[in-house]
Design a binder for this molecule. Sequence first.
Ligand code: C2O
Ligand code: CU
Ligand code: CU
Length: 489
Amino acid sequence: VGLAAVGGGGFVTYQMISAKVDTVGSVDFTNPLRIPDLEPGQVDDSGTRIFDLHMAPGESRIKPGSPTRTWGFNGDHLGPTLRARRGEVVRVNVRNSLPETSSVHWHGMHLPAIMDGGPHQSVEPLDTWTPEWTIDQPAATLWYHPHPHGSTAKHVYQGLAGLFILDDDEVDNLDLPDEYGVDDIPLIIQDRAFDGDNQLDDAANLFSGIGVLGDEILVNGTHSPYLDVTTRRVRLRLLNGSNARVFNFGFADDRPFVVIGSDGGLLPAPHSLRRLQLSPGERAELLVDFTPGETVVLRSYSPDLRTDFFESRSHGGDDTFDILQFRAADTLTDVESIPDELVPVPAIDIEQAVTTRTFEMAGYSLNRETMDMNRIDFAVNKDDIEIWEIENQDASVHNFHVHDVQFQVLSIGDQPPPPHEAGWKDTVQVYHGSPVRIALQFKDFSDPNMPYMCHCHILYHEDQGLMAQFVVLDEGEDIGSVPSGHDDH
Ligand code: C2O
Ligand code: CU
Ligand code: CU
């Protein structure tokens, strides 16, 4: 680590330049990949699917030596994979046994703002919060994580995150690998920094201005993981669950893989790639083929951050990681061929768009303001089609996440989105000098008093205030007043 003087425009600033992190070839893959428990919940007499999530501190054996103090849902670290089906009513009993106020947000879920688990739905220590909503969106790999005002980075970094898989008939009919933990593998990928006593070091690299960047990778909380493969083709549900790090996934032998899904569901058609970049909060579903007896490593190559050398350096733009080793058995079960078409993703009709909004991300602010819990920043009309144009005015790395709806990317700079980003998205990378235009439509669940959030998903930025609040109104309805403070239930 060193300091470099960066001159330009008549002033000189000092930036932390991190040494390149490179774990390629030095990870020994000694631990079987942990698969988060699949939690189908309990269905009551009325057909409501009920889950229990209990947030509490714990201790995990992550590395040789001292156990690591972690936080988890229903266990010491991370959380179970919740799973529900389109059309079902779900209810979650969220109990907080942490020493701090928290919340649980259903990232990617279409639901009423009061159930969203954002900063207005705090759960105080020893309290239980019980949101209930109807699953009304396509099959997808969503996730859940705390969202307490100003402390999201800490709560996620301590280990609070889990997947929420949604199913529907359309995807069931596709003959994709779907045996959870066997040929349908969840991968929550997170960078972590450990201190000399194996404790999570959340001050690591804070000077970069993007929060913690770790130099080691955990997959589902497993350090140095390997996975035994028993089928010719495996479906991977990837989540970049890092606070700040962008990953650029690929295999060590450069084999192609097939992207079948983005944040909000399957793509219209499979698309073959050798590299796939995901920023914090983004997901993708992939299919990868294996031959009997082989081993191959999933890596993260240097991400393309499209920023200057010094920024790129201090944001991990040079870093490379060995992430997970796949060990194929000598005999592998055969699988169906990949369908040519997946699910229709009807284009949002932008001819009908009535509003265009601009969002400028600069430093820790969005449109020159930092988040205020008591200020609703804007209102959208229910059913209107809107175009949002998002700009990154910094050399820094940002992305943009919208609560409640999945959007469609119209363009990135002057280019159409690449095929793997042309489906439903809730989080998108935004590069400096390359504005992203998205189309969205808020269809229901309006409440003049209870806002949804949109923000950068680099958690340090979000906590510092790069976040805005909006409501969805009926035409002619006025913005209400936000319930004050952040301890309303
Ligand atoms: Cu994944 Cu507002 O967050
Ligand atoms: Cu979200
Ligand atoms: Cu940001």
